[in-house]
Write a protein that binds this ligand. Sequence first.
Ligand SMILES: *Cc1c(COP(=O)(O)O)cnc(C)c1O
Length: 609
Amino acid sequence: MNNFGLNIWSNKNFVIEDGLIKLNYKSMPSLLEITEKIRSNNVRGPMLLRFPHLIRRQIRTLYSYFDKAIKNNKYEGSFNAVFPLKVNQFPHAVEAIMSQGKKFNYGLEAGSKAELILAMSQTNLGANITVNGFKDKEMITLGFIAAQSGHNITLTIEGLGELETIIEVAKECNLKIPNIGIRVRLHSAGSGIWAKSGGMDAKFGLTSTEIIEAITLLSQEDMLNNLTMIHFHIGSQMSDIAPLKRALREAGNIYAELRKMGAKELNNINIGGGLAVEYDQHTPSTSRNYSIDEFSSSVVFLLAEIMNAKKVKHPNIFTESGRFIVASHALLITPVLELFSQDYQEKLLNFKEVNPPILQELIELNKLLSNQNCIEYLHDALDHMESLLTLFDLGYIDLQDRSNAEILVHNIIKKALYLKSANPTDELEQLQVKLQERYLINASIFQSLPDYWGLDQHFPVMPIHHLNSTPLRAASLWDITCDSDGEIGFNPEKPLYLHDINLDEEEYFLGFFNVGAYQETLGMNHNLFTHPSEYTIKIDDEGYKIINEVESKSILDILESIGYDKNEILEKLKNDLIMSDFIAEKEKDDTLAKLETFVEQNGYLRTTN
Ligand SMILES: *Cc1c(COP(=O)(O)O)cnc(C)c1O
């Protein structure tokens, strides 16, 4: 049975039982029952489900491995984590991180003014806030306001100019001075497709010369004791652990040197994010070559080794893991709206009293196809199809004959694929690719999987039901944007097979997994499809609760969000209808009511599914 690589990417968060995919937690609800429950309230279109217990699991995993490494290495510093807001700023994601991380005093990282305001409003006083990215005087002043208000905030400087501004603001006001961190420009670069954050030509950080200048400047201003942190970040979805180790050696030695230069309050090394998530559905461990165990012990071991050699106090360790903490907590459920080749159903055959002889032969082939003869019959059928198309072009057979022939050949191929599914020939595999089924999903790839569109990042995808029957259709997925890039094509190297479902009779839902990191704010409103409706699912021993429902924006609100006046638009549409000729009073009222309902719904499709 095909488990869609669940054993590779799901980290045991889900299991397959009775043909359904279920949450592997407490009362173990199935995704299908949650989906149906939500849809029973007349919700249609794609749905984003959040599972706070999966955030808790990641936070606990991170802490427990670092705690273990700290014990094993007799490490004297503490372990601290902040969540980088750019990975997911959505209220119900941040709320889940803050509540599940409360026990660990989990903090937030901000990379822009808006994120800083968010961090100041969402962290518990006393939890850490770190601020990275480029800053102007206002943003730095906001840092002072945060410190004054009681936040444990560290402004990490990306250049000397920012340090000069901090000194300037400190002189101009009497507010509490925030902690200062220095981002070091690493000589060593990261790995993976996102690794642009390290290296000599990196966008961020101070060179060694600049670090020395910064120390001189801070000493002159009597502010050296405000320097508390050394920071680096080698890039996201780190595939190889070697660059991290090089970065740690570099940053660890800089830390030790600076302590020796008199930075007495320098107590923290912030190792940024980068912990990778498994997205692969086919081959294990292609996303990364290390485990969380190796990651945490390498960090702690290396830092201890450097500090012991240089006889310097062990620094507290900070991480800014984002992807690792939230990727698994959200998944997208999309109804399948259409299977394009459903036009080839056998029930649509419509034979004549007398059919052309070659069509008659196809009828026989279809009837008599068996395991023994199927390759031979398949070849005959393909051959006949060629002849039939030629006969049609020459005018010897009509459209009805051609339609019958197409349905029959399609069926013969499908049957052959099915009969030989255990050990298909090369030829059958190629046919399968050619005959791939296109599944139309009620979602926008641009909105919900932007990294697929922009970076070719694959996300695990599988049906949430029918899992006790073998899927046989080579599948490509098409979204409902009218853009040809809104397609996840069939890849013979990493094939996706789905079920042959008659959508007139039953529904078919696909789940896209591990979409909780980066996708939500990166998602774009192409064709004006907005963030899907979202729900937080809290699971306990008895069952589950659906809370925090946020419906996808209504059509009028979408238009308003890009600057239109929604009332003006609605008035205009209503007025045009009212003023139209030849419309009966009853018809007019009904149509107006319809119009008003439609514009208050979200923009995803509501047909059948
Ligand atoms: C983006 C970013 C992170 C998060 O990286 P992940 O790979 O998601 O863990 C952490 N720190 C900084 C400075 C970042 O820019």
